[in-house]
Design a protein around this ligand. Structure first.
Ligand SMILES: [Fe+2]
Ligand SMILES: [Fe+2]
Length: 474
């Protein structure tokens, strides 16, 4: 296994010390990254000690160390999973051929676009979340926010390394451009729409880390199958960090639900206004936030019929998540899609599996999303409350693919534009809902204490108690 060199300005396990040109290029990009971090990274807490984990090994066991770090001093580095000797391409038309250690000329622009698109999401989410520290519901949550933020920063490093190391001058220009586009910027927005949505409150943050970081997981798994070996190895290691982001969302929503159910039992009501007055977030509002972030996140997988997706698969650039679990790896079969018909209904159409590749991956993602919803519903049921959270239909509230701008209700039934406009305030957060959630966002910085609307976590970080001072705010 390649050891991580921590003596370097840029920690790495890619032997940067012996590639002076690349090292110099990355050391030139580093101050630009730090400047971006200061300007658009987490606001207010840059000089505080935070209990963070840092990747120090790509070993599955014990890959990270924990300690008090100020964010600008975080050791962002370049870490690839170990190379598998004699690895071959695992899918598509080039299946069985040796993986590429350099970029094949004919796939150069496609690979660059895939890497830039992935890379663009990493700093985007840091920008989206930058103001949240000022309203954290506890020091535990504040620390988790910053952990997610520094790791998204490292994921940017992971993609910038590939651009610098394998794409020459265009790669270096793309690396600069990753710091020039900004979330929500009207002139230079981030590439994907979800990453331009503001994250104003912690309910949105937990939805984002549950649903949108999970999109990241599926993209990384698909790129982790790539025949371009450095990309595959980079993504495989990023997944190790990514799981904490989804954990933050999963447990965050679970804790909010638990607190809401407690309050409902205390005040013996399911009346929305009374639950809100008691300082908790009512379940219908949680459902609306879920509808919004789920529908936005499934857009990220792209159009349901896509010749680009087919060619990525055919060429061996991007596989299916967990490709090895599929019974065959050429995807030559058919896939049945439900599409809107010209009237007010649906029709079935069978398309080639490769052209439906985005839909194949989206479906796997949706199945994965269901697990958290089941856990949250268990909490509600245990509290004796009758309410089921549920994922809306994948046809609801879409802006990408065949169902883009087709009015449906959350169950996916086609409805008139008027019925849609009338129903929407019941289905996704209204300005009033957002204002209510915003009104709860008051910082709680006393160790071990939680805001009124969220239950404490089951345990602290790295076996420390929940009362530990995870961020030295004073
Ligand atoms: Fe990431
Ligand atoms: Fe993430």
């Amino acid at each position: 296994m390649a050891a991580i060199d921590y003596e370097q300005r840029i920690p790495n396990n890619v032997d940067l010390a012996n590639n002076k040109t690349l090292q110099r290029a990355l050391e030139h990009w580093q101050p630009h990254f730090l400047q971006w971090w200061h300007e658009l990274g987490p606001a207010f807490f840059q000089n505080k000690d935070i209990y963070l984990r840092t990747a120090t090994s790509v070993d599955k066991e014990g890959w990270a160390t924990f300690g008090m770090v100020k964010m600008p001093e975080y050791r962002w580095g370049i870490f690839l999973a170990d190379q598998k000797p004699d690895r071959t391409i695992g899918f598509g038309d080039n299946m069985g051929q040796p993986v590429w250690q350099v970029v094949p000329g004919e796939h150069r622009s496609t690979l660059r676009r895939l890497i830039v698109t992935q890379g663009d999401t990493e700093p985007a989410s840091v920008e989206q979340q930058r103001a949240l520290g000022s309203t954290a519901p506890s020091l535990y949550d504040l620390r988790n926010l910053f952990q997610v933020n520094v790791e998204e920063g490292r994921h940017l490093w992971a993609m910038v390394y590939l651009l610098h190391a394998y794409f020459g001058r265009d790669g270096r220009e793309e690396a600069e451009a990753l710091l020039e586009r900004h979330s929500g910027d009207p002139d230079k927005p981030r590439i994907l729409m979800t990453f331009n949505e503001p994250i104003r409150d912690w309910l949105s943050f937990f939805m984002f880390t549950y649903f949108t970081d999970r999109d990241g997981k599926f993209q990384l798994k698909a790129l982790g199958e790539s025949g371009f070996d450095p990309l595959a190895r980079t993504c495989q290691f990023m997944l190790t960090e990514e799981s904490h982001h989804m954990f933050t969302g999963d447990t965050g929503i679970g804790r909010i639900v638990r607190r809401t159910v407690e309050v409902m039992n205390d005040v013996r009501t399911d009346d929305v206004e009374r639950v809100r007055a008691a300082g908790a977030i009512d379940l219908p509002t949680i459902q609306k936030y879920m509808n919004f972030w789920f529908s936005s996140s499934i857009d990220l997988f792209g159009a349901d019929i896509s010749s680009n997706a087919a060619s990525y698969f055919a060429a061996g650039l991007k596989g299916r998540p967990d490709e090895s679990l599929y019974p065959e790896h050429r995807a030559e079969g058919e896939y049945a899609l439900e599409l809107p018909d010209g009237h007010a209904g649906m029709r079935s159409e069978s398309v080639s599996m490769r052209n439906a590749m985005n839909e194949v991956i989206r479906s796997a993602y949706i199945r994965d999303c269901e697990n958290g919803v089941k856990r949250w519903n268990k909490i509600i049921e245990k509290g004796g409350v009758k309410f089921d959270l549920r994922l809306p239909s994948s046809r609801f509230h879409r802006t990408v693919g065949s169902w883009a701008n087709v009015p449906t209700d959350p169950e996916g039934n086609r409805i008139s534009a008027e019925a849609y406009a009338a129903g929407l305030p019941n289905w996704i957060p209204t300005p009033e809902d957002q204002a209510f959630v915003a009104s709860l966002m008051k910082p709680v910085y006393e160790p071990g204490k939680m805001a009124s609307w969220i239950a404490p976590p089951d345990r602290g970080i790295n076996n420390l108690p929940i009362e530990y001072q995870y961020v030295r705010v004073a």
